[in-house]
Each structure stands twice: as C-alpha cells, then as structure tokens.
Ligand binder design. Structure first.
Ligand code: ARG
Length: 461
C-alpha cells in the first residue's frame, strides 16, 4: 500500500478485517489541521538541527500550506486505505512535495508523540469555545436575575416548601457552578499546554531536535519532562472529560428546575415558542425539550468519562493502541456541549416568569415558620423554645385551615405569651427575605452584591 507508514518487514499487507478495525480516519480527521500545524513546527526543528536546507524548508512549508488548504476545502480527504489521519496526511504531503522531500518529515517523530500533542491542541481550542458558551449562559442567568430583582418565590428543600427566597438568588445559584466550571477549564488549560512532541515512540529522539522549539511553534508552554509519560499519559484528556461531565451535570440540575417550573402545577415559567417543541398527537402540548435533552445528555457525557477511565486503568506505561479509544468519547463530549450550551442559553434568556404566582405560593406550606422562630430569638427566647413555639403555631393554624399570616392576636398569645403582634413584621415574604441579610443570604441587597461578584468571577475566568 502506497500511503502506509509501515510495511517493509511484512510479507503481505493488512487483512481487510484488520484494516477495517484499525482505521480511525472516520473520527480523527478533525485533528488534520493540528497534525499539519505539528508538521510545520517539526519541519522548523528539523531545519534548526540541519536536516532540512533553507530551500527544503521552504518547499516543505509550501506543500504543507497547500495540503492545509486542500483539507479545509475538502479537496483532500482520507482514502479507504489510510489507517489514520497521520498516514493520510503524509500521503498528501508526498503527493504535493514529492517522495524525496516529503519523505524527510517523519524523521525523529512518531505517531505516538504526534497524537498525544494533537489531542491537546484540539481540546485547548474547544475549551475556548465551551468557555464562550458557558459565558453566554451566565449572561442569560444574570440578565434574568437583573430583570426580576425583587421577585420572591417558594424556596424548597427535599422539594418541600422551606423558606421564601428571591428568584434572582435561585437563578444565581445555577450561575456559581458554571463559574467554577469556567475556572476548571482555565486551570486545566494551564496543565494542558505541554507538548509531548519530540518524545518519539517512547524513548525520545536521537537527532538533536529541539522539543522546546516545537512547543513554542505550537503555542504550548514547554515540552513534556518525560518522553514515556508524554506519549502514554491521558489524564489531561480524562480531566477534560470530567470537566465536560461536570458541566453536563450542572446543566442537568438547572434543567430539572426548569422542567418542574414549567409544569402546570408549578406554573412559574413559560418557555418561548422558539425554544419549546410540540407533540405529534396532542395538539395542546408545549414541551421543554431543551431542558430534557440537557438532562439526557448529562448521562451521555458521564458515560464518555467513565468509558475513558476504564480504557486507561490497565494500560502499562508507554503507548498502547488502546489509547486510540481516547478520542471518540472526548470528541463526543465536545460536540454535545457545543450544541447544548447555545440552545440552553437561548431557552434561559427567553423564559418568562409568572412572578405573581411565585409570590402567591411563596408563603404557603408555613414557609415563614423559621422567621417566627428567628424573631423570637431576637426577643431573647432560646432557639429550642422558639422552635417549639413556632411549631405549635403551625399546628394551631393547620388545625384551623389558615396560614401563619392569618393568625389573630388572640391565637398568637394563646400559643405563647412571647408571640406579640409585632411578630407580624416577619410574617410577610418581603419581610422574611429582607431579614436574611447575612453574607450569601437571600436579602435583595446581598443578592445584588452577589450578582456583581458572579459577573466579575465569570469575566476573570
Ligand atoms: N491513531 C493512533 C491513535 O489515535 C495513533 C497511531 C499510533 N499507532 C501506533 N501503531 N503506534 O492513538
């Protein structure tokens, strides 16, 4: 086979079943531009070490530019006989530069150090795209919070009525995990900007090539410290897969809130027509498919992480062909998030909230009982007693079928002499949220401060 990167020591070519199993061009072709960037850098290292004349370097660069353009336009594609992107591109280079010049480029490099470098370059680019997608979603969250600075909703723990909170506080609670994901991507990028190029197959190069030059040309910080580690390690890929899975989980938890809020029973939110779907049989239906797909795709990106970790766990240190299996899961996570994030941001940006209904439901389920207990504590009552008194008031109101705010002065003192009419100050949802003004609390003033901090952290990441 003309284009193969190996074969001389074999009496026959690969069996068709082997070629079929081994071929990776159907998924590794996305690495072609990075492979060519690596080749440009490698040519510079060969030139610096005296293996290419000025003229040869020029010819090599011209051929690589031509190949790059042909890959971008689709004029050059993988052939069925190409084992992987590296083999296909060497074939393309030789077609353009001739066998004499094109055949010089492979000196001092292996597909093992190439692939370990290229996957980093690819992921670094996509980390930037995903970062941008998360930033747009944080923007949408912040805009909704800003548009509803005073809206109060029922806060729930165990999905049961707990305490009234600001809608903005709840929305921003979904912003913080995303900000941490941005910070994770930034921290990961610093670790990923290392170049295994120059490690060869496993043992390094004997040709006096400068791996730091290659790293610099590729925009990476420095070469790998250890050629074995550089070619064999995939923790940088697994860590990216983890961050992707965490982003998936964070979107999924937000999605679950939206799905609940969008039910008739909650009735907190209406999704924009452009960001909801209908039913083929039930004409009235309007479904939150973006949120459901987010929840579903979280399972998929978690699977990509666990599959990759399972691939890595038993591998002796050095390159093994199993490592070819690192790419499909992480490429899938990238594609999944890059499709999901813009849709999710659009859904959030266009959601309409029924703030009246939220406010109506906010005091239900005796959600102001903690405020009564806290008020008693501020009057000097020990919390243990305050908890008992407030609990007794809940029971008395429940027996009468009324809310805490409907209790008469007589009922209040009947439950406890400590329950003076002034307690009514905290028996409104506005009074309740305003009183929770400790750091990180749901008081409007704290939530506004928090929002400024959220925006600053997102921008810094
Ligand atoms: N296509 C391989 C991969 O994705 C790189 C090629 C290494 N093959 C080899 N026989 N050393 O990991």
């Amino acid at each position: 086979n003309e284009g193969a990167l190996w074969g001389a020591r074999f009496a026959t070519g690969p069996a068709p079943e082997l070629a079929e199993l081994s071929r990776s061009t159907q998924f590794d072709w996305v690495l072609a531009p990075y492979d060519i960037a690596g080749s440009r850098a490698h040519a510079a290292a060969l030139h610096a070490a005296g293996y290419l004349t000025d003229e040869q370097l020029q010819g090599m660069r011209a051929a690589l530019d031509e190949l790059d353009a042909d890959v971008a336009s689709g004029a050059f594609t993988a052939a069925p006989a190409d084992e992987d992107v590296h083999g296909a591109l060497e074939r393309g280079l030789i077609e353009r530069a001739g066998a004499e010049l094109g055949g010089r480029l492979r000196a001092g490099r292996s597909r093992n150090d190439q692939i370990a470098t290229l996957v980093r370059l690819y992921l670094l680019d996509h980390a930037r795209i995903i970062t941008h997608g998360i930033l747009r979603l944080v923007d949408a969250i912040v805009a909704q919070a800003e548009a509803h600075p005073g809206a109060i909703m029922p806060g729930r723990t165990h999905l049961q009525s707990a305490q009234p909170i600001l809608l903005a506080h709840h929305l921003q609670a979904h912003g913080w995990p995303l900000v941490r994901d941005l910070e994770r991507l930034r921290d990961w990028s610093a670790r990923a900007r290392v170049s295994p190029y120059g490690g060869g197959a496993l043992a390094g190069s004997s040709l006096g090539l400068d791996p730091a030059l290659v790293a610099r040309e590729l925009g990476l910080d420095r070469p790998s410290e250890n050629s074995l580690d550089g070619t064999a390690a995939r923790d940088v890929v697994a860590e990216f897969a983890f961050i992707s899975a965490q982003i998936g989980v964070d979107l999924s938890r937000f999605a679950e809130d939206i799905i609940l809020w969008n039910t008739r029973e909650f009735g907190f939110v209406t999704l924009d027509d452009g960001y909801s779907t209908g039913s083929s049989i039930m004409p009235q239906k309007k479904n939150p498919d973006i949120a459901e797909l987010a929840r579903g795709k979280a399972g998929r990106v978690i699977g990509n992480l666990t599959g990759l970790m399972a691939t890595l766990k038993g591998l002796p240190i050095a390159y093994n062909r199993d490592l070819q299996e690192d790419k499909e899961p992480v490429f899938d996570s990238v594609r999944t998030l890059e499709a999901l994030l813009p849709a999710f941001a659009g859904m959030v940006a266009t959601m309409r909230f029924d703030t009246e209904r939220m406010a109506l439901l906010a005091p239900q389920g005796f959600s102001l009982a903690t405020d009564v207990a806290d008020w008693l504590v501020r009057q000097g009552v020990p919390f243990r007693d305050a908890h008992e008194i407030s609990g007794a008031l809940v029971r008395a109101c429940e027996a009468r079928g009324i809310g805490l705010e409907d209790a008469s002065d007589e009922l209040l003192v009947e439950v406890s002499a400590h329950l003076q009419p002034a307690v009514r100050d905290v028996l409104t949802i506005e009074g309740s949220v305003a009183s929770r003004d400790g750091a990180g609390g749901t008081a409007p003033v704290r939530v506004a401060e928090q929002r400024a901090e959220l925006v600053a952290r997102a921008q810094a990441a």
